[in-house]
Design a protein around this ligand. Structure first.
Ligand code: ADP
Length: 431
């Protein structure tokens, strides 16, 4: 008899799960809170606001990352694309988590391994559902899996190599509290054995704590025996990989990410230093991650729309010595802006432009820190925002669009927000 599978949510992950189980001849029903669009012909759909609480009569119920596991009421087995992938994957997995830096670090790892001739798949939160590549995977390949807390939450396995980057309070609109978020993150190392490796950031207490709880070999990064910066070179095991100035990405945080990535590649046993160096030297970074757009009237504009947390905006501020105009604000994920406001007072910031729902919270935090050069824009268009920045900037300044908040108050997504920023900057007049 064919398996009865319910797929909860029909986004990117849901669609991949549908293809995967269809190929196995399963009997599939899509359960969705709203009426899903683009459902293939002949597929059974049930929808309604409480649909996840009525997922009865299925053998397997596939959770999408955005759904809390405890919202689902079922008499079947709760699984997910991540759980299914880990259970079936024949290749070694390098898992990468942390609040910020996952996408960048995971991509660096992929690029270095690929440059050394390995067949590598980069999947997960980066935007490629893991189930999509499962059929073509062989045991000789390597999987780099970017893992969010929502994917890790109910995962009963851990990767062979776990990379735990900096952790700060995040997603407190979904997670009940910071403890719940940290517990979800800890899953990346919680099920590891002694032959596995956990790579962690010793200066971050939460990353350290996750590593300490694991049975795996513990390797720090930014500190030996992992990769570290010595005399302006990125060094591991006494071998210099690149000079700091050769990494095209701005900011110390990206050097940290490179240290994490090199440490992970080293943990696979790969020692092709030339290939690793070659990959890092041409790594231009991912879109909307502190990306230089253009210089207009000697002012340089950076799109960092994916900076949706205070920590990532702090990293952006620290990346440049020049005077800065920073645009902050967006929808509220329950973040605390105290530290960010303090950093604004210390990082040569000429002015802050505030936008979005978090404007009052940011305003209060900045005032509390004694910063007064605040410009609040009520319901601005992106052109208004960029023109305001241009009017405040002086020759040699940096304009940072690094909002420290999610985008859903004014935009469809961080990519939409970043795209609009880029367009508005492209339209600025150069005279
Ligand atoms: P993630 O995939 O975890 O969201 P990304 O690599 O996509 O991380 O980067 C997202 C944002 O976080 C960007 O604004 C980037 O500049 C910033 N960022 C990247 N790495 C770090 C880090 N190690 N510490 C703080 N901020 C970081």
């Amino acid at each position: 008899m064919s398996k009865k599978v319910a797929i909860l949510g029909f986004g990117l992950e849901g669609r991949a799960a549908w293809r995967y189980f269809k190929d196995q001849g399963a009997e599939i029903t899509i359960l969705s809170e709203n009426q899903p669009t683009d459902v293939p012909e002949g597929v059974k759909v049930e929808y309604g606001p409480d649909i996840f609480e009525r997922a009865m009569g299925y053998d397997i119920v596939m959770r999408t990352p955005s759904i809390r596991p405890d919202r689902i009421k079922t008499d079947g087995l709760i699984s997910s694309g991540t759980i299914e992938f880990f259970a079936q994957c024949s290749a070694p997995i390098i898992g990468v988590t942390g609040s910020k830096g996952k996408g960048t670090t995971a991509t660096m790892i992929r690029d270095m391994l690929q440059a050394a001739g390995k067949k590598v798949y980069l999947v997960g939160n980066i935007g490629v559902p893991a189930l999509e590549i499962l059929p073509e995977l062989t045991p000789e390949d390597i999987v780099v899996f970017e893992l969010s807390s929502f994917q890790l939450w109910d995962l009963p396995q851990s990767p062979h190599i776990a990379v735990v980057l900096m952790i700060e309070p995040e997603h407190l609109d979904v997670h009940r509290d910071f403890d719940e978020y940290k517990a979800a993150k800890a899953t990346i190392a919680a099920h590891q054995g002694e032959s596995d490796t956990v790579i962690y950031l010793p200066s971050n207490p939460y990353s350290l704590e996750i590593a300490e709880q694991s049975l795996a070999q513990k390797v720090p990064y930014t500190k030996a025996p992992g990769a570290e910066i010595i005399n302006d070179a990125l060094v591991i095991d006494g071998q210099s990989i690149i000079n700091v100035a050769e990494l095209p990405l701005p900011g110390y945080h990206n050097l940290e990410n490179a240290c994490a990535a090199v440490t992970a590649v080293w943990a696979t046993g790969m020692r092709d230093v030339r290939a690793m160096a070659g990959a890092l030297k041409v790594f231009e970074g991912l879109p909307h991650r502190l990306k230089k757009i253009r210089r207009v009237q000697d002012v340089t504009y950076y799109d960092d729309s994916i900076a949706t947390t205070p920590g990532s905006a702090i990293a952006a501020l620290q990346a440049f010595d020049q005077p800065k105009i920073i645009i902050l604000g967006g929808s509220d994920k329950g973040a605390d802006f105290t530290e960010l406001a303090q950093e604004v007072t210390e990082q040569n910031v000429r002015a802050v432009i505030l936008i979005g729902d978090t404007m009052p919270k940011l305003h209060a935090a900045l005032q509390q820190a004694g910063f007064t050069k605040i410009y609040s824009l009520e319901h601005p268009t992106m052109n208004d925002i960029v023109q305001k920045a241009q009017s405040l900037a002086q020759s040699g300044d940096i304009v940072l669009f690094s909002p420290a908040c999610a985008s859903f108050d004014m935009f469809k997504s961080y990519a939409d927000r970043g795209g609009q920023f880029i367009k508005a900057v492209q339209e600025l007049k150069n005279n």
